[in-house]
Write a protein that binds this ligand. Sequence first.
Ligand SMILES: Nc1ncnc2c1ncn2[C@@H]1O[C@H](COP(=O)(O)OP(=O)(O)OP(=O)(O)O)[C@@H](O)[C@H]1O
Ligand SMILES: Cc1ncc(COP(=O)(O)O)c(N)n1
Length: 284
Amino acid sequence: MSTGGPPEAAGAKAPPPTALTIAGSDSGGGAGIQADLRTFFACGVHGMTAVTAVTVQNSLGVEDFTEIPSNVVTAQIRAVTGDMGADAAKTGMLATAEIITAVAKTLGDVGIGGDSDVPFVVDPVAASMHGDPLLREEALEAIRTELLPRATLVTPNLDEVRLLTGVEVTDAGSRHAAAEALLALGPRWVLVKGGHDSGPRCVDLLSDGTTHLELDGPRHDTPHTHGGGDTLASAVTAELAKGADVPTAVEEGKRFIERCVAEAYPLGGGIGPVSPFWRLAGED
Ligand SMILES: Nc1ncnc2c1ncn2[C@@H]1O[C@H](COP(=O)(O)OP(=O)(O)OP(=O)(O)O)[C@@H](O)[C@H]1O
Ligand SMILES: Cc1ncc(COP(=O)(O)O)c(N)n1
């Protein structure tokens, strides 16, 4: 859906696929908008941003955040989609019910998610991995009722599954029950992520109610997984922007994040970020 541009100079290159992230800024560079942009870049997609909040954050936690006025968030979405187009979009930290309501309406206006053919991934970020809140409590209901019905795919971790559905995932049976409860809220696909589970494997369950795919990978022994959820969701969004179907995009995203966790590095005195740098070295 990229809209092209001004008349081309002779020899100009065709633009790459485009993806829009609607999310918060992480001053430490490991998660949020910063993780999304570097993942889009590593996956060969032009990234665009609608910033929802500015967090004061480092490897030790989130000290504070300020949300951006909802009309400025939606103006960013309209500015980039109206001019450059977006082949896919994702949300991360949305901070408040007011921002969620405004974003959901604007995505409908510009033709992203819902019945449109532009895929839309919702990463329902509620807190940082240090446990610091990134979403006002009353905003959960707006995610349930306004955002999820527009989503092509929702990618909650186990805490977000519990907050959204009340289902506590403890085994394969409850993982499937959680997927069903999430699908009842309206997204086309759900990916229940297993990073916060215990055990030697990280099992993520992808389901649309008919197709159920268990993505099962080794758990790497590292404390440095900051930005893992954002990196997975943006890698999936990038693959969707390139034209992949949801199961293929998620399989590719899982392969990508596994390697990013394996290559994570310590930085600062707390939790370091996952790393997509290996992809820039030309590795597949
Ligand atoms: N130690 C690990 N080794 C391998 N893969 C992991 C590990 N931790 C998480 N993952 C994978 O990373 C992805 C993100 O999962 P997770 O459940 O941690 O999401 P999240 O809580 O949103 O992420 P985060 O809070 O780390 O940003 C999933 O595909 C999960 O299986
Ligand atoms: C701006 C922003 N967005 C998302 C996260 C979640 O990432 P994590 O769970 O790795 O802390 C974060 N910490 N900051």
